[in-house]
Design a binder for this molecule. Sequence first.
Ligand SMILES: C[S@@+](CC[C@H](N)C(=O)[O-])C[C@H]1O[C@@H](n2cnc3c(N)ncnc32)[C@H](O)[C@@H]1O
Length: 283
Amino acid sequence: MSQADPLEAVISAVKQSQKYGSASEETIRKLAESALRQHKKPKAAIKSVRKQLHSIMAPYLGDPDYAAAAVRLDEAFASGQETAVKSVCQDILRTHLSTRERQPIVAEFYERIFAVTGRPRSILDIACGLNPLALPWMGLNGIRNTEYRIQNTEYVRYVAYDIHETRIDFLNHYFRLEGLPPLAKLQDVALQLPQETADLALFLKEMPRFERNYHGRGRPLLEALQVHWLVLSFPTISAHGGRNLTNRYREFMAQLIADHDWPVTELLFAGELVFCVEKGAKG
Ligand SMILES: C[S@@+](CC[C@H](N)C(=O)[O-])C[C@H]1O[C@@H](n2cnc3c(N)ncnc32)[C@H](O)[C@@H]1O
């Protein structure tokens, strides 16, 4: 630890870590500042930052080999075959627990949600993980010719937010191949609220962890999002032990939006409980 400034030393040590080095520097900096207020020794502060990043980034949920996955996507798009693109996207989605669990129901999932919300022209995918690769199942495609080429490129404005830098670079690579603008953003939404407006925001399977990691910031985030529809989801079964969580998350959701006059439509899927919340004005 050669840096004289303990804050820079802690940030640099975490940035060098294989497991947490791809976290956004802004997130690491905030955690490091707070850890150094609690721990005098940089070693203890580094340990504390890594522990919190473990909970925030959830690396245990899985990742693809990003370089290999990008090459597979290049080949699939170059083949011009929609089935090839879908097959590679599916393999990549299966490397992360959230999207792996959703994959068997993914087409029905978006069909039923958009039956409630209407087909969005613009989406904010908050704490997105790998979910943007589910685009081929969302039924939002522009007019494609028989080859996998999009005729009207701007068929949806898709903005995705995550704090995982390698994942964000990879998602932008995918967006470019899809003919979409590279709007995946490295942004900690607990520190910087999204400013973009859209028809709909997805916040899938992350609110319980978000509230645990950033206590009390879930509700202000939902209030700040400048969208007509909020779509939140929760797992119905706990990852450990198989407990049914449906009622617990119904209550949690009701508390999150208590005192707001926002109509809610609940949709229950195998493994996932969804709430479509109509905020109304885009702000
Ligand atoms: C459970 S995973 C992905 C879930 C994804 N929405 C889905 O359902 O497929 C949670 C993701 O949220 C990201 N994340 C956690 N806290 C975040 C924050 N404050 N800002 C942006 N992304 C965050 C993590 O890096 C991780 O990729």
